[in-house]
Design a protein around this ligand. Structure first.
Ligand code: PMP
Length: 436
């Protein structure tokens, strides 16, 4: 029996009659019996059409950092909606949101808003190419930078065993419909191996426009950068005149107010932000410093968007950044996340299951393997079946992470101590059940 109750099943049938597979984004499709239809979200909870309540660790794949329907954000958005949302001109709300963004992320000299992470990375890649006059982009295996053609290679959906030698990896196209020639502009390497990056740059550094990197692997368990890795990328980019892009779509405004730059102390040339900066509203930014970001101002490198900086999006960003700037949400995420990470580790040890809890309190992953993973290739040693069984058991107990361990648990600041305790009980029971 799947996860759908009677009413949810009826709603899913209606969804499927109109939306392809019943969803508007393929990652949301869990099969015909397990794809839920959601009625509403409230703080740390989501409710399906049968009224079942789940403690939500998907948080919309990361954006909902404050909790669903946060009153300050909802009010700011309602006011913005009533004041007209789309103008062919800059709006005051947009200016205010940009000021708030820059005080939160002080390394940034200037930015432009857009609506999705995909648009943000697409523009960042274009800007880097336009600025350097080079075509090639280096990305790392298991990282996801959105759905546009230029970055859909060796993402977390690709089988690690098909990626070839780590010395000369095969960039695996993650979708049909991408012209083959695009693959000639991409290089892929395992994360956390600076020697390989140096080798590649010695060979062809003068052709590489940008390194685009998720500073921690937000689409592969939450694997952390080893000491020196991001610093090394910075150094190589400086040496070869390559643009360093931090894709902070998942880490930005989540792992700290200043994002990965604040946590890891390495400053990129460009950063892409989305998700947690709008607590679930479609708002994103391409931010940067120095000559690189100012290259737009000198013309010739196209960037545009009818809805970029629209009133609802920037109102959501402004209100979310205000709440995050109090520091309270981060204190809550830290406390809840630490308790969960430690609790999961302890329960696994008690039950004799070898596991590694990786990442940071606001977004962490659980890996069932003997060795802790350093890069995406190590996901081949993870017991995917066990993880999927555990998550299904948790969902039946009212606690909902994504069923694929590559997608970290995302916490929101609305989680109570009681939610955390309920979660650990559900994990304990579901793990015992799955092991039996
Ligand atoms: N970059 C990263 C690191 C992401 O995780 C995602 C989405 N999960 C994207 C870019 C694309 O964002 P969007 O889905 O808003 O297009």
């Amino acid at each position: 029996m799947g996860l759908q109750g009677e009413k949810t099943a009826t709603w899913f049938a209606r969804a499927k009659a109109n939306l392809v597979n019943g969803v508007s984004s393929q990652f949301r499709y869990w099969g015909d019996e397990d794809t839920l239809v959601i009625d509403r979200g409230e703080g740390a909870y989501v409710y399906d059409m049968d009224g079942n309540r789940y403690i939500d660790y998907q948080c919309g794949f990361g954006p909902v950092v404050l909790g669903h329907g946060h009153p300050d954000v909802a009010q700011a958005v309602a006011e913005a909606a009533a004041a007209g949302t789309t103008f062919a001109m800059t709006s005051a709300r947009e200016v205010v949101a940009a000021e708030k963004f820059r005080s939160a992320v002080p390394w940034v000299d200037a930015l432009r808003f857009t609506n999705t992470g995909t648009e943000a990375t697409m523009h960042a890649v274009r800007l880097a190419r336009g600025f350097t006059g080079r075509d090639v982009i280096l990305k790392f295996e298991g990282q996801y930078h959105g759905v546009h053609d230029y970055v859909m290679f060796s993402t977390a959906g690709s089988p690690p065993t098909a990626m070839g030698s780590r010395y000369r990896p095969v960039p695996l196209q993650s979708s049909s419909g991408i012209p083959h020639v695009i693959s000639t502009f991409i290089r892929t390497l395992p994360f956390n191996d600076l020697d390989l990056v140096e080798r590649l740059f010695r060979d062809q550094g003068h052709t590489i426009a940008a390194i685009i990197v998720e500073p921690m692997l937000g689409n592969a368990f939450g694997i952390m950068p080893e000491k020196g890795f991001l610093e090394g990328l910075r150094k190589i980019c400086d040496q070869y005149g390559t643009v360093l892009i931090f894709d902070e779509v998942k880490t930005g405004f989540r792992i700290a107010l200043g994002g990965a730059q604040e946590v890891f102390g390495v400053t990129p040339d460009l950063g892409t932000f989305a998700k947690s900066m709008g607590n679930g509203f479609p708002v994103a930014a391409i931010a940067g410093r120095g000559e690189v970001i100012q290259a737009w101002g000198r013309g010739g490198i196209a960037q545009a968007g009818t809805y970029s900086g629209n009133g609802v999006a920037v109102a959501a960003a402004g209100a979310t950044i205000d709440v995050l700037s109090t520091g309270e949400p981060y204190a809550r995420l830290e406390k809840a996340g630490k308790t969960l990470m430690e609790g999961v580790g302890r329960i696994c040890a008690e039950q004799g299951v070898t596991a590694h809890v990786v990442g940071v309190p606001a977004m962490f992953g659980i890996v069932f393997s003997d060795e802790p993973p350093k890069d995406f290739r190590d996901s081949a040693h993870h017991n995917d079946q066990l993880y999927g069984d555990v998550v299904m058991g948790m969902i039946r107990r009212g606690v909902m992470p994504v069923d694929d361990a590559l997608e970290p648990w995302f916490l929101c600041a609305a989680l109570t101590d009681e939610d955390v305790a309920t979660t650990l009980t559900a994990f304990d029971e579901a793990l015992a059940e799955a092991m039996a």
